[in-house]
Design a protein around this ligand. Structure first.
Ligand code: MG
Length: 249
């Protein structure tokens, strides 16, 4: 109880001990071990500088075997220089594996060349959780558009808390915590999807509750579904991706 003695000495020196006798005496009777957890030990997840040791690596800069075209078949995007890049007109790609709750890390880059492109036409792609719920990817550096459609938004549902965008041509990072929606056996929604997103290390979605799947027109709603692939959108922009990994929760 060296700590308690230090507090007592300090309070006596300060001349305020008489004002807090209960605090000082109760401290001496406390057993700090009663609130220590020893029965369970968290699994090791070694941070490596790339993906943590317990992560599923979905793209390491070279290998696209975790992915397929959205209509099935080989990935129709280009892979070069440690990144895969959208081929406009080729459609999106999705993981072969299905996911529910997860921690997801994605690095992306919008094209350096912005001339002639603005708003939703500049660096547009998207990360669809469970193939349905879009976290927008967009060049939102000095590129006005509707707030709930800019980078870091849950498209048409939730604007980001701040605009943490880097300039076009620079790599940007999303770190995502995804809680899948739950449905009853009868198909009713029992708990909605929730998402937390850090954009370049800055919180932009704070446990945001989703109203349903992403809709371009009209209000979102839910339809029951299970675990589903992660989907990356082709939206006519040459957006690049690298270092994608997931930890199932
Ligand atoms: Mg998009």
């Amino acid at each position: 109880m060296e700590h308690d003695r230090m507090i007592r000495s300090f309070l006596m020196a300060a001349g305020v001990l008489a004002a807090v006798p209960v605090f000082a005496q109760a401290g001496a009777e406390r057993d700090s071990t009663k609130t220590e957890v020893w029965a369970a030990v968290p699994a090791v997840a070694t941070p490596t500088g790339a993906a943590p040791s317990d992560a599923i690596v979905l793209f390491d800069g070279k290998d696209v075997s975790a992915w397929e075209a959205e209509q099935g078949g080989r990935v129709p995007w280009t892979v070069a220089n440690g990144a895969m890049t959208v081929v406009p007109g080729s459609k999106g790609i999705r993981t072969r594996q299905h996911f529910c709750d997860m921690q997801l890390h994605v690095e992306w880059r919008s094209p350096t060349e912005t001339k002639g492109f603005q708003g939703q036409d500049r660096g547009n792609s998207g990360i669809f959780l469970q193939e349905r719920y879009e976290l927008q990817v967009l060049d939102s550096h000095d590129n006005p558009t509707y707030a709930n459609g800019q980078a870091g938004s849950i498209y048409k549902q939730a604007m980001p808390l701040v605009n943490a965008s880097r300039a076009p041509g620079q790599w940007q990072v999303y770190d995502i915590i995804w809680k899948a929606p739950r449905f009853s056996t009868g198909g009713g929604l029992t708990s909605p999807a929730r998402i937390t997103v850090l954009h370049n290390g800055v919180l932009v979605q704070n446990d945001t509750v989703l109203a349903g799947l992403t809709e371009y027109i009209g209000a979102p709603s839910y339809s029951p579904h299970g675990c589903a692939p992660l989907y990356l959108q082709e939206h006519a922009s040459k957006v690049s991706y690298r270092n994608i990994w997931v930890r199932e929760l």
